[in-house]
Structures are given as structure tokens and as C-alpha cells.
Design a protein around this ligand. Structure first.
Ligand SMILES: *Cc1c(COP(=O)(O)O)cnc(C)c1O
Length: 360
């Protein structure tokens, strides 16, 4: 009789066999600054009314498959152009997966500047597409000439641009992105996961460009546990992508909770403002530390390189001191020696800085 391993070797696509599942480290008992979460809990004064809303959710019924009420709220809260269609995902990760499910045909290519958000590649490989990364310039700008050349050569079905980019934190130059939009033969997805902190958007470009989709998520602004991402774009594209969506992908508790949160948007906006102010303070503090190179960021995290001690060692020492951040050293290339820290509360940032000064 064949073992599971024998069967896997015979049946599972080779590219899946070589893939590693997405690793999430155990953060229990640690100050968690590794995953770009909002460090603040929901405002205390909103909790009773929110729980009252949840009490009315019919858990015995399937969710509203169209999430109509939630979509209407999102359109207003995020200023989605009225002409654009809207698709919701269980996190924007699921939206990336839906886009690629629809585009996956043998030989089809996904293009992105690298280093960038790893799920573009992970999901491209999962659905059987080719992924081609175009290295960023040494200052993490989009290398316009190299990118346009790659578009010409690869004729990508889809281009992903993280705006601002994760893990480098910068907003690419708009003239460079416009050149990509003009040259792209297929879809271009602008991933605005950090819009709450960057305040720069391509939503206004949707009406001019039928091949452009703008993606947002509520994960980075206090609702990571609820899993909601959204995709705005030409209604024909949205209708086409909706065919690969699982019918009830946004559960009822998420729909009700986010509708509620958007009705109290100012409280969450205040948290994002605090995070933006803290980002500047943390940037200044890191810039003052000898042996550290830190890059400016438009997001809620900072990328930095340790110049005197190996990044892996600094990361391990921080962990021993109770602070979890992200080690990017293993990715190599432009990220060799780099670590990424999420902006936390003032207390968390102070604890991180103290531990870092020791670890360096
Ligand atoms: C965090 C992140 C996402 C994923 O967000 P979810 O909505 O939580 O799935 C997407 N894109 C980028 C660039 C991110 O950093």
C-alpha cells in the first residue's frame, strides 16, 4: 500500500510540493510588532453597542452573499467612485487569490517589483502561474526602465504594485506607476493595504483605466481579526471575478462588526493618526541609533538594517527580551541584514527601542 508521502509525490503538483506554508511565529507573551496590526483595541466606549449589534445576528442563517449593507457603507467611508464595482474578500489575500484564479491559464505570468508582499508570488505559484519579480532600484524606487522592459518581455496577465510597498514602506513615484499603467497589456492591481497611513490613492484613476483595480484592507487599521478586503474597479471586471468567489466568503459577524465600525469611523481614524505620529517618533529614534540604517515609511512599519551585528542575532536577542519583530534577512538581496518593525503604542515602541539598543 502506498504511503501518504508516495501518493503526494505522485499526485501533488511539483511547485506545491516545494512550497512552504505561510509561517506565523508564536507570539504568546511577547510584544507583537511583527505583523502590521493596529496596537490599539477597539475603543472601550463602542464595545457595548457593538455587542448589542452582534446579539441580533442570526447565526443559524447563511450570511448575505452580496453583503449589500456593508458594501454601501464601504463605498461612503472609502470614497469609492460611484461608477466602480466592488468585490469583497476574506482579507485582501483572498482577493489576490480570486484575481489569480480567474487569470490562471498555462504560461500566464504575474509581474511585481521585488522585494514586495510575498502573497503575490505564493498565490501565483499556488494557482499554477509564473511569477516574475523585477528588482527595485537600490533606493527601493521602481526601476522604471527595467520594469518596462520586463513588461515588454513577459507580457504579464497581471501586475501587482503595493502602494506603499511592503516591506520597504515607500510610495513609488507616480510618474513611474503611470508609465507602468500605460505599458501594461493586462491587469494592474494597486494594493493600497496601508492607505490609512499613506493617504495616497489611485481610486480616482479607476474611471480612466479599465485595466486597473484598487485593493484595500481593513486589517491594518484595527480589524485584522475580522478579515475584510475590498477590490474596486471596472464593473465588468468585478462581475467576472465575482464568479470565482465562494458564495458566503464574508461571514455575518464580520459584516455586522465592520458595518458598525464604519458608522463610528472617527474613533478608528484617531488611532491611525496616533500611529502616524508614533511612526515619525520611532523613525527619528532609530535614525539616531548608531549601527542602524532606517528608511522613511508611508506605512505603519519601518524597515531598518543592522550594520554592526547580524540581523538574525539582533532579532533573536529582541525576542529573548520579549519583543517580536520580523526578520527579513533570509530573503537576501536588498533585504540582507534587514528587520521590519510595526509601529506600536508609545510604551511598546519604547520597550522595543530599549531592547534594540541592548541587542546592537
Ligand atoms: C497585510 C497586507 C495584505 C493582506 O491583508 P489582509 O487583508 O489581511 O489579507 C495585502 N497586501 C499587503 C501589501 C499587505 O501588507
Amino acid at each position: 500500500m502506498s504511503t501518504a508521502r508516495d501518493l503526494i509525490a505522485r499526485l501533488v503538483r511539483p511547485e506545491i510540493q516545494t512550497l512552504a506554508s505561510y509561517h506565523v511565529p508564536d507570539a504568546r507573551g511577547l510584544i507583537k510588532l511583527d505583523a502590521m496590526e493596529n496596537p490599539y483595541p477597539w475603543p472601550e466606549e463602542l464595545v457595548p453597542a457593538w455587542l448589542e449589534t452582534l446579539r441580533r445576528v442570526a447565526l443559524n442563517r447563511y450570511p448575505d452573499p452580496a453583503a449589500a449593507a456593508l458594501k454601501a457603507r464601504l463605498r461612503i467611508a472609502l470614497a469609492v467612485p460611484p461608477e466602480a464595482g466592488l468585490l469583497l474578500g476574506n482579507g485582501s489575500d483572498e482577493l489576490i487569490q480570486m484575481i489569480l484564479f480567474a487569470l490562471a491559464r498555462p504560461g500566464a505570468t504575474v509581474l511585481a517589483p521585488t522585494p514586495t508582499f510575498v502573497m503575490y508570488q505564493q498565490l501565483a505559484v499556488t494557482v499554477g502561474m509564473r511569477f516574475v519579480g523585477v528588482p527595485l532600484a537600490s533606493d527601493f524606487a521602481l526601476d522604471r526602465a527595467a520594469f518596462l522592459e520586463a513588461i515588454e518581455r513577459e507580457q504579464p496577465a497581471c501586475i501587482f504594485i503595493s502602494y506603499p510597498n511592503n516591506p520597504t514602506g515607500n510610495l513609488f513615484d507616480r510618474a513611474d506607476i503611470d508609465a507602468v499603467l500605460a505599458a501594461a497589456p493586462g491587469l494592474v492591481v494597486l494594493d493600497e493595504a496601508y492607505h490609512a497611513f499613506a493617504r495616497a490613492t489611485y481610486l480616482d484613476a479607476l474611471t480612466r483605466h479599465p485595466h486597473v483595480l484598487v485593493m484595500r484592507t481593513l486589517s491594518k487599521q484595527g480589524m485584522a481579526a475580522l478579515r475584510l478586503g475590498l477590490l474596486a474597479g471596472d464593473p465588468d471586471w468585478i462581475a467576472e471575478l465575482d464568479k470565482v468567489r465562494l458564495p458566503y466568503n464574508i461571514n455575518s459577524l464580520t459584516q455586522a462588526s465592520i458595518e458598525f465600525a464604519l458608522a463610528h469611523q472617527e474613533a478608528f481614524e484617531r488611532q491611525c493618526e496616533r500611529i502616524r505620529a508614533e511612526r515619525e517618533a520611532l523613525y527619528q529614534a532609530l535614525a539616531r541609533l548608531p549601527g542602524v540604517t532606517v528608511w522613511p515609511s508611508a506605512a505603519n512599519f519601518l524597515l531598518f538594517r543592522t550594520e554592526r551585528r547580524p540581523a538574525g542575532e539582533v532579532h533573536a536577542r529582541l525576542r529573548e527580551a520579549g519583543v517580536l519583530i520580523k526578520n527579513l534577512d533570509a530573503a537576501g538581496g536588498a533585504l540582507a541584514g534587514c528587520l521590519r518593525v510595526t509601529v506600536g503604542t508609545p510604551e511598546e515602541n519604547a520597550a522595543f527601542l530599549a531592547a534594540l539598543a541592548q541587542a546592537l
